[in-house]
Design a protein around this ligand. Structure first.
Ligand SMILES: N[C@@H](CCC(=O)N[C@@H](CS)C(=O)NCC(=O)O)C(=O)O
Length: 225
């Protein structure tokens, strides 16, 4: 199917991954525009016209441009309502936003304090802070694990939703970061997610089985496993 939806994204960006997962799972046709962080393509004037902040992801559909992963997810869900990712009923939509808000306010700050220094080679100078943040991250992972004890998805709907897609890339990034050789000696507690958080691991595996998961997976993660 021909599409006018262009998606600008970067490999390994959890925010980009949210959008790509949604596009693939909902089978929304799109034109992929991968930008290379190492070449600073996201800071070039041409892209700054689409997102003046120079951040990925972004969407362009003819004259309409949009940044912010959650806003893009809402836009796509409205345009392609089959398999709704933001629920059908008021209660469902509210609970999906509750999970996303919880994650954004309580888990994301500590999560980024762990993953950024590890992925950007700045662990040595931030080791103490990474360890402190990891304590907070573990508390949040425990909450998620407890919540998944009796349900398959992060909200009690019996289908995958935007809540799962918004949170998953960060959990995958945490597991990958903690499993890196340089991070292993710190024993951050989530390099083998399933050992401590079996419900969360099972949820990750359910997401991995979603259609299009492989296509959305960060390509450079495969190249440098
Ligand atoms: N709140 C934004 C965050 C976007 C963001 O921070 N993207 C990162 C990649 S994960 C980025 O583009 N960083 C490049 C830079 O800041 O130079 C969203 O949800 O889309």
């Amino acid at each position: 199917m021909i599409s006018d939806i262009e998606i600008f994204w970067g490999s390994g960006s959890p925010f980009s991954w949210r959008v790509l997962l949604m596009l693939e799972i909902k089978k929304i046709p799109y034109i992929s525009r991968r930008l290379d962080f190492s070449k600073k393509e996201h800071k070039k004037p041409e892209f700054l016209k689409i997102n003046p902040r120079g951040k990925l992801p972004a969407l362009r559909e003819r004259n309409f441009t949009l940044s912010e992963s959650l806003a893009i997810m809402v836009y796509l869900d409205r345009k392609f309502p089959e398999l709704p990712f933001f629920g059908r009923k008021a209660e469902e939509e509210a609970l999906i936003w509750k999970v996303i808000s919880d994650f954004s306010y309580f888990a994301f700050p500590a999560t980024s304090r762990v993953i950024l220094p590890i992925f950007t080679g700045q662990l040595a100078s931030n080791e103490d802070d990474v360890k402190t943040a990891a304590v907070e991250v573990n508390a949040e992972l425990q909450r998620l694990d407890d919540g998944l004890k009796d349900q398959s998805w992060l909200t009690a709907t019996n289908i995958i939703s935007a809540a799962d897609i918004a949170v998953y890339p960060f959990i995958a990034a945490l597991e990958r970061a903690a499993g890196k050789e340089i991070a292993k000696p710190l024993n951050l507690g989530f390099s083998e997610l399933g050992g401590r958080y079996p419900n969360l691991k099972a949820w990750c595996q359910r997401i991995c089985k979603q259609p299009g998961y492989d296509k959305a997976y960060p390509p450079h993660w495969r190249e440098a496993a």
